[in-house]
Design a protein around this ligand. Structure first.
Ligand code: SF4
Length: 175
């Protein structure tokens, strides 16, 4: 689904199990929205965003999104603030794909790609797709991923991601 205004990076909003997340999520459902509907409404209300590309993998999601677009309701200022807090509370360890790690380790390390696959798995619930893409990496990359020393790379990450630990976790989950 495209709004008329720009592209949002939806990753910021995806992790909803962080500290305080459940209560914040409940505040939206109490208002009659699903969390996904509230996210869409937040995007549509944000004048910085020119368009949004939204994956819809089922008819139910399509129906929810259409309902959100058609109900004529907007998030209140308080709900926007709660969405901001939810994003803030759940964006830890969020890889922006900035490639700073790759500039230290080299692009063949494929760290941003692996972080993206983990986001598909953990954030989007797209487990099969995450595994499929991971398994499409060259075998040498997959085999070395958990064995490499990332100590010189981790300080470069602006989000303080424990890259070595994340790569081991990726091999465990996706390999
Ligand atoms: S430096 Fe950190 S945020 Fe940037 S691509 Fe690498 S892991 Fe992701």
């Amino acid at each position: 689904m495209e709004s008329e205004k720009g592209k949002i990076d939806r990753r910021t909003f995806l992790k909803t199990s962080g500290m305080g997340g459940a209560a914040l999520v409940k505040s939206f459902t109490d208002s009659g929205y699903t969390l996904e509907q509230a996210k869409l409404k937040a995007v549509w209300k944000d004048t910085r965003i020119a368009a949004a590309c939204v994956s819809m993998y089922s008819l139910n999601i399509l129906k929810d999104n259409v309902a959100a677009a058609a109900d004529g309701r907007q998030l209140s200022g308080r709900e926007i603030e709660m969405m901001r807090r939810l994003a803030e509370n759940t964006c830890d360890h969020y890889c922006t794909g900035c490639m700073k790690c790759a500039s230290v380790m080299g692009s063949e390390g494929r760290i941003p790609d692996v972080m993206r696959y983990m986001m598909y798995y953990n954030g989007y619930g797209e487990k099969d797709e995450a595994r499929r893409q991971f398994m499409a990496l060259p075998e040498t990359v997959r085999n070395n991923l958990a064995l490499r020393d990332y100590s010189s790379v981790e300080p470069a990450c602006p989000h303080k991601i424990e890259i070595g630990r994340a790569m081991k976790e990726a091999v465990r989950i996706l390999g």
